[in-house]
Write a protein that binds this ligand. Structure first.
Ligand SMILES: [Zn+2]
Ligand SMILES: [Zn+2]
Length: 75
């Protein structure tokens, strides 16, 4: 069993409800590194904790809202 790094409950994929089990110790260690995205091995989507809804997408926390992509429009 792997505990969620954020809420410390058993890590379950919110998309397919599969309990997340890392294939090897290296993958397990990636869980503690927020910059590394974790993909569910069952549904192959970014793992989202079923309990706290935190996505393991490798993006920093507290960055809600839109992105500031530069848009070039010449008309
Ligand atoms: Zn969680
Ligand atoms: Zn899944």
């Amino acid at each position: 069993m792997v505990a969620c790094a954020y809420c410390e409950r058993p890590l379950v994929c919110d998309n397919c409800q599969a309990e997340y089990a890392p294939a090897d110790p290296e993958t397990y260690e990636e869980l503690s590194e927020p910059e590394v995205a974790i993909v569910c091995p069952s549904c192959e989507k970014v793992l989202v904790c079923h309990w706290c809804k935190t996505p393991y997408d490798g993006l920093p926390e507290g960055d809600e809202g839109g992105s500031n992509a530069p848009e070039i429009g010449i008309g």
